[in-house]
Design a protein around this ligand. Sequence first.
Ligand SMILES: Nc1nc2c(c(=O)[nH]1)N[C@H]1C(S)=C(S)[C@@H](COP(=O)(O)OP(=O)(O)OC[C@H]3O[C@@H](n4cnc5c(N)ncnc54)[C@H](O)[C@@H]3O)O[C@H]1N2
Ligand code: MOO
Length: 401
Amino acid sequence: MAFMHFDESMQMIDDLAIKNYKTKQLPLMESQGFILAEDIVADHNSPEFPTSAMDGYAVIHKDLSLGRLHIGSINPAGSDLKEEVVSGMCIKTFTGSLMPHGADTLIPIENVKVDGDEIIIKTEVPQGFSVREPGENYAKGQMLIPKGTKIDFPQIGVMASLNIPQVTVYEKPTVAIISTGSELLELGEEQTSDAQIRSSNNYILEAIVKKYDGVPLQLGCIKDDKETITKNISDALNKADIVVTTGGVSVGDFDFVKDVIYELGCDVVFKGVRVKPGQHIMVARKEDKFIIGLPGFAYSSTVTALLYLVPLIEKLQQGQSAMHRVNATLKEPFIKRAKKAEFTACNVSLEKGRYYVDFEGKKVGSSAILTNMLGNVALLVTSEDDTSKEIGDEVSVLLFG
Ligand SMILES: Nc1nc2c(c(=O)[nH]1)N[C@H]1C(S)=C(S)[C@@H](COP(=O)(O)OP(=O)(O)OC[C@H]3O[C@@H](n4cnc5c(N)ncnc54)[C@H](O)[C@@H]3O)O[C@H]1N2
Ligand code: MOO
């Protein structure tokens, strides 16, 4: 099967339609970090009534020219004052108090001198000064937070002010993680042969899932044995919304994962993309569940998880992309090595509002070099039609958010 263009594979992920989204209700204070599954619309004005924004005296503006006003009464915040301001008088009013009826302006304490039960106007203020009009913060019917927003402190605050104790959110998808490879040792497992290597893939994937709003279900490492792989993937598919595997997707005699995915009766969205690293990537679906077969190499599985797994986690929650592309200037030449879309680990720095890219400390070699992901890392993105680049050239860089 011919490998597809990287952009086409991205478009196919984008076009995947979800039939039934999973949502749930959460108490407001447990909803931080979830994605909102309902529009939040104001059901009242804030403030509901004209409210004082300073400590001072509520007056009728045209009375300021009288120079002196009688203090009729006192109106602390929280009191439901019935008395009205009439010409020639004022009511002492505080920050957060409702403006008394009749008054249109609040003259601050600093602008007057108190003389017995009267105030003397020292410095006038314009009409309406320090009066918060109804709807100043938000107006009844106003759409405040659209569905699809990730809930963080500003949303929590605004929803609290709207008296929303329960909120409908998308469930974070459960992502089952399986690494395949008979050579793999889990964390802490004793090494018994020189042919064994320590697995990093299933752990880095768990961390990626957590960072990008999924719930990881760590299933560890399994052997390159077709029966074991079949059983583990089909069990995982029952328990999770997304199953992600690493290894076993290329052309070796023991690369069973791709065959198992076909044999489980999944619809293969694509298999094989002109991308480096990760050309053997496989994405399949079974109704609203997904299986992603990532290549075994540590750098490949990490990059392809960011490119394909993260958007699927976001898609199941109607979320927005946490990663974004920016333009940057090359501080070193970049040698284009493959006629594929390439994602090359680079160092990114921000200087005077511009991003710069260099490759200091980054090794050129196989897709096993996971340490290239350390440091202030981002991915330099080039397309299959790009050629090598020079110092000073503008390039596109993917930041991890
Ligand atoms: N004849 C060909 N050989 C290979 C091709 C090809 O097209 N023709 N493609 C190469 C590319 S590109 C990649 S990427 C790998 C992908 O192979 P698999 O996905 O089948 O992965 P494995 O062979 O199982 O493993 C590859 C490599 O990664 C190590 N590995 C595996 N799992 C882990 C883990 N959990 N943690 C850390 N490292 C892991 C494994 O030991 C191998 O060294 O195929 C190329 N070959
Ligand atoms: O798929 Mo491989 O990741 O290009 O090394």
